[in-house]
Design a protein around this ligand. Sequence first.
Ligand code: NA7
Length: 853
Amino acid sequence: MSKSDVDVVVVGAGFSGMYLLHELRKHGFSSRVLESGSDVGGTWYWNRYPGARCDISTTDYQFTWDPELHEQWTWSEKHAAQPEILRYAQFVAKKHDLYSGIDFDTRVEGAVWNDADKTWSITTSTGETITSRFYVMATGCLSVPKDPDLPGTENFRGDVYVTGRWPHHDVDFTGKRVAVIGTGSSGIQSIPLIAEQADQLVVFQRTPNFSIPALNGPAPQYRVDRLKANRAEYEAEARLSGAGVPMPMPTVSALAVSREEAFAMLEDAWNMGELQAPGTVFMDAGTSREANEVICEFMRMKIREVVKDPIVAELLSPYGHAYGTKRPCMDTNYFQTFNRDNVRLVDLRANPISTITETGIDFGSESLEFDAIVYATGFDAMTGAIVSVDITGKDGLTLKKKWENGPLTYLGLTTVGFPNLFMITGPGSPSVLSNMMVSIEQHVDWIRDTLVSMRDSGFEAIEPTPTAEEGWRVHCGDCADITIFQETNSWYMGANVPGKPRVLLPYIGGVGRYRTACDEVAKRSFLGFELSGSGKKQVNDGIIRQVQPDVDMVLEMMGSLGLPSMDSMSPADARAFSDASSAMRPPGPNVGEMIDGVLPGAGGAELEYRLYRPATPGPHPIVVYFHGGGWVIGSHVSDDPLCRELCNQADTVIVSVNYRHAPEHRFPAAADDGYAALQWVAENAESLGGRADKIAVAGWSAGANIAAVAALLARDNGGPTVSGQLLLTPVTDGSRQHGSHHDNAEGYILTKSLMEWFWNHYADAQDRMSPKASPLLAESHAGLPPAMIVTCQFDPLRDEGNAYAEALRAAGVPVEHLVARGHIHTSIPMVDALPSSVPPRRAMAAALRGFFG
Ligand code: NA7
């Protein structure tokens, strides 16, 4: 094999490339590592601006793969400065003889996939072409500085500096008039030091940023102690954490405590001097703008406490974005710097730069002269470095073209059409939302294991399937959708580079969940990948994550509690168990009024009901509502949060009915009670403050079965007129098995066996054939009221709900059928607990409004 003919070409000799090189050698793969810089270190090689530091504690920002390093290297402080981190990289490279495997000052200019021989041809700035089986982009997430997109930048005759390409010689600003443009991390770290040297410093700020004091000093003692006590356990916790640093899981909502309590909690976090601390005080910091605003208020208060001029303090205070949705910064004396006489803040939103001139900057109505301009204007993050190389995959497709509407990857590691190409910390992986060291090691380990596995099984090429890639795109979107990150124009969203597609680039589901997904992919015979070589092919098509991420968390949490299944209990115990669970959920919104009463059921039964009335002036339409619980458990108040929300959002009275339950009252008691309640409500609509001409039925699960049956009975028995039926995951057919009973038999809370337990309590085999138990079996569905049917992808009842929607449609009934992707039987009613369930409930409320015109 010639020098140019290797197993793996790696681009980049930052921490990713270094560790990968080590692992490739260890496992017998030949490799070439190509690095455009003149030394190892990547980010820490290029970013030499004054004050450049890591925001993650040195206890966490270091390699874990070589345990000897922990003895051989001692960090001098909590947040290591760039020179020390670079020295660390050099130390590791020397210790492991990595220098000999790296070509420095070598830029990759192009890479082309040759499908016939399953190799990559990589051309370099040194004129070489290297052929390799695998090609790994270890190019870093923040390595291509954004072009200064300001008019006239080329005119300036003074000194120009870009923070991400800082010169290697000492820069002295003593006696100089300096402009810094940009107030992200690089600006915020460098401004205090430049201010100490410069004669005059003008800071040009477009968007103020949140920053907490780094409180640099020795590494946090509690982390040092934990590491000493059990390093393996600490590292394992980091790998399964949210952001790659062990942090306690927040359990408190910022909205559930008083402002004083919230501020006291934030003060503790502030005093930790740890980047993740303020964002992990409250469980809803990343999902609720209102909750997040509590943190923002606290941060603004801190700015006001430091900055003496209240106008400057206000200008430095962020109002336009939620805390954490733009990368929060850590600083040493940043806000204090604006108390200095030689420092001025220019607000570019009020006074935009019109042009950079030969001698300075024209902005607003002013013109200022400078000796030096520092551009701290950021990077073309995450995708910039990958597409800056001309990468051509199968059929001449370039990666730049493929990603023109946003990056598409499977696991942030691979992309369809580009076999044997891997990205380390690529878009679609936690990357910049994590401690990079943890994410880098995880990716390198995964790639190494994949290469070893392929070699062992004789495969030469690996490529994700379109299904898997699309599934991952959807999953990343689902994770993003339940957060408030997409509201902010940040580089996380690509919003800092004009024309860049707007998409949340990193995976926001958390480091631990991500790792589990990657591991599962490998374990399930490379789910979502096509492997080929040596005359054989293995395609294991599929999607790794389909359940909505917040639903998944609920499932995980319930799984970890090891709760008994209700079908192993007596009905009384199941009811007590269900009531206890209901007591722990959020109560739902306030409504105008709630009245409890009693109405006549079938055969003289007395049924409790709860009426929910909106705060708006009536009379309102009325929805007769039937709760879920398999005809066995639950009551008129057991779906309280859902009823409250529907009442408000649909602006309707809800009458939730406690129909009689099985097994004490078997079929047809509940069905007859449902119809009786509907009749009573229609007859008493006006005295209930509602409208007799606008009555709908609604229900969830077995309650939706009762609602559907009530609509059938009303049609067949001469009224009352029903304006619509809202059926959430309805039971419609007890007579036979549907596919989803098998597909979703277990693992999604409502199980096939629990459903059978409910049916057994409710109706015997003969009765289940009755349309009063199984409305799908009705002879005709013609003439039924318009319906909205919601079915959930991972519900055993999905297919019978789908069948009911089809049956109604076939009978000419107007049907809106919403298939809630990634949801389970119990997730839609979880008000204020599952953000992903909000859109389906909004659609349900809209449907109710639609029924009433
Ligand atoms: P950032 O965080 O992208 O910050 C860049 C800053 O430059 C930010 O304040 C920008 O304002 C500002 N900027 C960018 N372009 C312009 C123009 N044309 N005019 C005025 N101001 C501009 O990059 P950093 O290098 O500071 O930090 C990058 C990451 O490195 C950091 O998050 C850490 O992960 C480490 P904007 O907010 O876009 O209005």
